[in-house]
Design a protein around this ligand. Sequence first.
Ligand code: PAP
Length: 336
Amino acid sequence: MAHQQFSPQSAIVGSEEHDREAIDELIASLPQRKGVVRPFQSLYQDFWCPTYLLPNVIALQRHFQAKHKDIVLASQPKSGTTWLKALVFSVVNRSRFGISNTPLLTSNPHDLVPGFEYQLYGSNPTPNLDSLAEPRLFATHIPYPSLPESVKQSDCRIIYISRNPFDAVVSSWHFYLETAQSNDQPKWSLEEHFEIYCQGKISFGPFWDHMMGYWKESLERPHKVLFLKYEDLKEDIVGQLKKVAEFVGLPFTEEEEEGRMIEEIAKMCSLKTLKDLEVNKAGKIPVLNIKFENRSFFRKGAVGDWVKHLTPSMVDRLNSIMQEKMSPFGLEFKTR
Ligand code: PAP
């Protein structure tokens, strides 16, 4: 795939109006395809970005200044982002909030850990983020190479959550279908969705490049990037939470462990607890004129749900992509 020769710093300078024109010009020059839910995606810096998010991505790249205590949660859509947000928020804020007064009871995890490109840089190219409590928590679906330089260069931490592609493709099909329905957009089949996924054209994809970018960085700089797998969280949430707490420099004390704090956090953040909360049953996250229903982020949360959806030939095709793109670098997934 051709690399887009674009330097946000050099290409876009000057007044706000001039900036906007330069960004529009850049976007018009990029390869485009019709995407899902929102009609267009643009190939920007080797990933398929929903076109309507591109101005936000560019503003983020130009303006965001990481602080060394920041924690950035990164993922591809439908890999466990919502779960990770709830977990990390709880770990980091455990001295401020107990389970009985956690903001998770009244706020959707996406409101507690805002996304860079969907929320923070959506209405303002230079949001004031200085007043946020430290450590500041942010989230993103942007691939590693396209993160703002200050995120890559500073001491801030990145926690990436990955998920086996079999469940991820099925989960994203359900999500986009539901979102399309609640936005009066046409339905499309799993076969169509699967084809786009395997061609690498799903939003923020190709999915293999996305995972490999963070995977390689986690191997080279393990203190910088923690690479988690959804399946490991399902299998051993206590062990994974300890890992997260150590990674962000806030390990659980013996007292906390004996008081079963880790188990309490795990229970509070479980799919069942979050799904049953009023705040997550109703309400919407508006992004421009698309509405993402809060409840659509909580479905089955199973490992192996793909068995009910994918045909043997789909399984073969995904397996061969994984064997070619991921296995040689040591990235493997449990799929059931
Ligand atoms: P996002 O990237 O758009 O925010 P994300 O949260 O990554 O979405 O994906 C939603 C998936 O995570 C859903 O998977 P499913 O379709 O296979 O069911 C959703 O059910 C699952 N999920 C959400 N919250 C939790 C949780 N607390 N525990 C486990 N899985 C969860």
